[in-house]
Design a protein around this ligand. Structure first.
Ligand code: ADP
Ligand code: MG
Length: 319
């Protein structure tokens, strides 16, 4: 592996935006847009916790940046720039770094986000990637978790459960299915959609820990609850078939993480507008439930019965 400065110069300087000053100064210098708020988010990915040591470098790079872009999307923010913290074991070689930086470059091109700086250290264990990303919203317009209102509809983009079942493929629990593994390794953050949805919705979060957990965050922050209809959770054909054959995996669709879709709430009167926005963007949109005055999230099956949900989402320090 190249030394630290060669490494930064060779792989990361080409990714730097103007605020990164070629990654040749002590700090970046960001010109803040007038009348805008800076929306700032950070996600840390750790080998053995968030990805496997033998996952492709392109997947590790993609997931690290996509997780941050997904948070910006949920807040209705336009992606601006990001800082890349990298901790690398000595086993990392140039081919790995090339793939890693090429993937970041691709996602930068797609989303307009630019590298502004970072830090690079040696790791005595696995790879750690920590990205801090910044975006902008018009002053006061960030979409909060806390804005849900009673009787709002609960919407979900795309399909859920694919990534969690992709992980089950990689763990050897189910037969490998390319589309599921792809969703786990290369989640598509709804970065462009988040900006167009923002003016029409009350509250939003990205689905990174599972639908019930992330909707639970919205409900709790809003001091409210939600009813979710199990049959309305949007599924890809592959996932639908898999859980028909293996009902024990059904909880992947409401408690599985890593989908990076958006869950949001909006007034019933906004439904047609939101459906049009999503149709124009080519993104499926589903209504999965309603915000209630009673706190807590209730999952309801096709017979109107409450589904007992033991585990509602991923948590790091579960006992
Ligand atoms: P310092 O010693 O002041 O922390 P460094 O030598 O670590 O500075 O970094 C020099 C420059 O390279 C800085 O502009 C920093 O932001 C950038 N940089 C270091 N590591 C990375 C990285 N992994 N990605 C992007 N920029 C980086
Ligand atoms: Mg440094």
């Amino acid at each position: 592996m190249a030394n630290e400065f060669d490494l930064i110069h060779r792989y990361f300087s080409p990714l730097a935006g103007p605020e990164g000053l070629g990654l040749e100064d002590d700090a970046a210098c960001v010109t803040v847009e007038p009348e805008c708020d800076l929306v700032v988010t950070k996600d840390m990915l750790v080998e053995g916790v968030h990805f496997f040591g033998n996952d492709p470098a392109s997947s590790i790079a993609h997931k690290s940046l996509a997780a941050n872009l997904s948070d910006l999307a949920a807040k209705g923010a336009k992606p601006n720039h990001y800082f890349l913290g990298l901790s690398l074991p000595g086993t990392i070689d140039d081919a790995w770094l090339q793939k890693f930086s090429d993937t970041l470059a691709k996602l930068q091109q797609k989303t307009g986000i630019r590298l502004a700086g970072g830090d690079t250290t040696r790791s005595l264990s696995g790879v750690v990637v920590s990205i801090t990303a910044m975006g902008t919203v018009p002053h006061g317009k960030m979409v909060r978790r806390s804005g849900a209102q009673v009787d709002d509809l609960v919407f979900v983009t795309g399909t859920l459960g694919d990534a969690a079942l992709g992980l089950k493929c990689l763990e050897g629990h189910i037969e490998p299915t390319d589309s599921l593994i792809e969703r786990y390794r290369y989640p598509e953050a709804r970065f462009a959609l988040g900006i167009t949805l923002a003016p029409h919705i009350h509250a939003c979060a990205d689905v990174s820990d599972g639908l019930l957990a992330d909707l639970g965050h919205i409900a709790e922050a809003s001091g409210l609850g939600a009813d979710v209809t199990l049959a309305d959770i949007p599924l890809s054909p592959v996932v639908r078939q898999l859980i028909t054959q293996n009902p024990e995996y059904e909880n992947s669709i409401y408690a599985g993480g890593d989908d990076y879709e958006l869950v949001f709430t909006a007034a019933v009167s906004k439904r047609a507008k939101l459906e049009k926005v999503c149709a124009d963007a080519g993104v499926p949109l589903a209504v999965v439930g309603r915000i209630t005055e009673n706190t807590g999230i209730r999952l309801i099956d096709q017979n109107g019965k409450l589904v007992h949900t033991e585990r509602t989402g991923f948590q790091h320090f579960e006992t």
